[in-house]
Design a protein around this ligand. Structure first.
Ligand code: AP5
Length: 213
């Protein structure tokens, strides 16, 4: 099974994508996580990406397209869930060409949407484990022990780009560059739009049903 999840920052792509990919036995390829790992490791791509990410801007297409192709070819023989890629129409076209070259098809494209007030609340309260990357939310999915990951005991932190000024810029970039993906994908077989404004478990149930149908 090969899936694409797209939607605005904070809509829950990472939270839902990780769970779905794990249950379906496919690889969760989250572009933001791949880029943050490259920044941490100090790779050439990471060095190029850092300033764009800190400012809430998109990293140049050639950098992300090369990174995702490598990941798909190396790690996703049993299927993939793309989260955060593509993020504009040129990336979507590059993905189509790349997959066609490798004889790979996409089964479902799911657009997750929620009102901006939900997105802001979710991003401002997000906490992430430094050690295992698992995500929490101060209000909606708080850790049992403050500042500590339930899964591995690692330290929880707030992402640099989850500051209100950067979030505002990410939302602007989303409206201008990512939302046109809706027209790009909506006529395709396997396209669905889901309301992701509800509680996490309810959103997951709808996502799972859409994908399994
Ligand atoms: P990336 O890391 O992909 O950030 P994003 O798309 O802005 O998405 P987020 O990770 O912020 O949100 P999410 O939808 O995954 O929400 P989550 O599940 O965590 O990208 C970061 C940066 O990298 C970009 O700004 C850009 O610079 C660069 N980049 C990435 N991809 C790129 C590309 N293709 N091209 C160029 N540059 C690229 O949920 C958020 C919070 O809400 C969590 O705390 C969660 O617990 C909570 N939550 C989730 N669902 C619910 C719910 N239903 N109810 C209540 N709380 C909820």
């Amino acid at each position: 099974m090969n899936l694409i999840l797209f939607g605005p920052p904070g809509v829950g792509k990472g939270t839902q994508g990780e769970k779905l990919a794990s249950e379906e036995g496919i690889q969760h390829l989250a572009m933001g996580d791949i880029l943050r790992a490259a920044v941490r490791d100090g790779t050439d791509a990471g060095l190029k990406a850092k300033a764009f990410m800190d400012a809430g801007k998109l990293v140049p297409d050639d950098v992300v397209v090369a990174m995702i192709e490598e990941k798909i070819m190396r790690d996703a023989a049993d299927g993939f869930l793309l989260d955060g890629f593509p993020r504009n129409v040129p990336q979507a076209k590059a993905l189509d060409e790349m997959l066609a070259r490798h004889g790979i098809t996409v089964d479902n494209v799911v657009f997750m949407d929620a009102p901006e007030e939900n997105l802001l609340e979710r991003l401002c309260g997000r906490l992430i484990c430094r050690a295992c990357g698992f995500g929490f939310h101060r209000q909606y999915s708080p850790p049992q022990k403050s500042g500590q990951c339930d899964r591995c005991g690692g330290e929880l932190y707030q992402r640099d780009d989850d500051r209100e000024d950067v979030i505002a810029h990410r939302l602007e970039v989303y409206r201008e560059q990512t939302s046109p993906l809706l027209s790009f994908y909506q006529e395709r077989a396997g396209f669905s739009k889901i309301d992701a404004s509800g509680e996490m478990g309810a959103v997951y149930a709808v996502l799972k049903q859409v994908v399994e149908n």
